[in-house]
Design a protein around this ligand. Structure first.
Ligand SMILES: NC(=O)c1ccc[n+]([C@@H]2O[C@H](COP(=O)([O-])OP(=O)(O)OC[C@H]3O[C@@H](n4cnc5c(N)ncnc54)[C@H](OP(=O)(O)O)[C@@H]3O)[C@@H](O)[C@H]2O)c1
Length: 351
């Protein structure tokens, strides 16, 4: 039986969900029902598709609903979750509204697909920066038990959504004219982003962290099933369109050498290690290594790329790493489609 799918939201993530369902031959009736805040037609997965205004009708007969709307009280999953569930659909949500609900599994298939039980009809997908971090940390945690994580992120504008991408495009020529007078919309990003970086993602909490930073802490502990891991984060927006980078420092209970970590990670699902001497040696430096950058996700679209693995010489059992992933694909759309595939593989959704 071909599954009936509804995708709610056709912004940066929703558009990718539709493409990925097509690319991976998800066992579904094509096209999916696609809905947003207003009706129009849009080119999605290379086809002109009707986008409906979301209504109760959008969920009729749906087997799966992928939510990729905005978050909060008027957001897509808060508004429509109960309607979708009443229709008997399994829901997978990209937003943060239900991630920390103890009755909602928070899932990265490479790490904790087994968190989903037969009773779970609503599943949350983590924040983009959390997903690539847990895929990198989980295999190391299993071998050496991670005690502490210090992470700093370099997050692309698409992580905010369509309007932040537009801000970078609009600001770039203006910034080239006059760096002191770059028009910007503070309701999107708090400062101009062209030729800049901003250590402020989501709103601040009373203790001076941001909600994005606290998501990385809480979500990682929930997915890895270990609240004893101490995590501290600084999240920064950078002027790249797609692709988040993360500098991660870990302290482990058992010692791991950089070579051992490289070996473990290179055998782990969803990871490509790019960390060896650069065979091309273009800068005439015999020690120059290869490492991932945001543009490398154009080649490695679905994996988390890990490089710069090295010993932290300031502590007994410490490592430094660098990881990069496509925040719209593995950080969001691909993760939810893989959750759907995982449910089918577990027999929780009958074809
Ligand atoms: N961007 C990322 O890297 C990323 C990563 C992980 C998770 N997420 C999460 O994924 C979700 C989507 O993010 P995005 O970046 O794709 O945002 P976006 O580009 O701003 O797009 C949001 C989409 O949701 C629709 N929408 C908003 N409120 C709605 C509602 N109440 N009912 C139905 N549709 C609604 C919008 O409709 P219109 O088109 O009609 O305005 C738009 O199509 C958010 O929850 C976000 O936090 C994003």
């Amino acid at each position: 039986m071909a599954l009936r799918i509804t995708v709610v939201g056709v912004g940066m993530v929703g558009e990718q969900i539709v493409s990925i369902l097509r690319e991976r031959n998800f066992p579904m009736e094509w096209p999916p029902r696609v809905c947003a805040t207003r009706e129009r037609s849009e080119v999605l997965a290379g086809e002109n598709l009707l986008v409906e205004e979301t209504s109760e009708d959008s969920f009729k007969g749906a087997d799966f609903v992928f939510f990729a709307g905005r978050e909060g009280a008027e957001g897509a999953s808060v508004t429509w979750r109960s309607v979708a569930e009443a229709e008997g659909a399994i829901c997978v949500d990209n937003g943060s509204d239900f991630r920390m609900d103890p009755n909602v599994p928070l899932v990265v298939p490479e790490v904790n697909l087994d968190a989903i039980g037969p009773e779970n009809k609503f599943i949350a997908s983590p924040n983009c920066s959390t997903i690539q971090m847990v895929i990198t940390l989980h295999p190391l945690h299993r071998v050496a038990k991670i005690r502490r994580v210090i992470v700093s992120t370099y997050q692309s504008v698409s992580g905010w959504g369509v309007r932040a991408n537009e801000q970078l495009i609009e600001q770039t020529p203006k910034a080239l004219e006059d760096l002191d007078d770059i028009p910007f919309d503070p309701t999107v990003l708090a400062r101009p982003i062209a030729f800049n970086y901003i250590p402020h993602i989501a709103s601040f909490t009373e203790d001076g962290y941001t909600k994005e930073e606290m998501k990385m802490v809480k979500e990682t502990q929930k997915i890895m099933g270990d609240e004893s891991i101490r995590i501290t984060a600084t999240t920064v927006r950078v002027p790249a369109f797609v692709g988040h980078g993360e500098s991660i420092n870990i302290e482990t209970e058992k010692k791991l050498t950089a070579d051992e970590a490289r070996e473990i990670l290179s055998k782990s699902p969803g990871i490509v290690v790019l960390d060896e001497l650069n065979p091309e040696n273009p800068r005439n430096d015999p020690l120059e290594r290869i490492y991932p950058t945001a543009l490398d996700i154009r080649k490695y679209r679905d994996e988390v790329l890990v490089g710069r693995i090295r010993q932290d010489k300031t502590i007994e059992n410490g490592l430094n790493l660098w990881c990069v992933a496509d925040n719209l694909r593995k950080g969001a759309a691909l993760n939810v489609v893989q959750i759907g595939e995982g449910l089918i593989a577990k027999g929780m959704v009958k074809l």
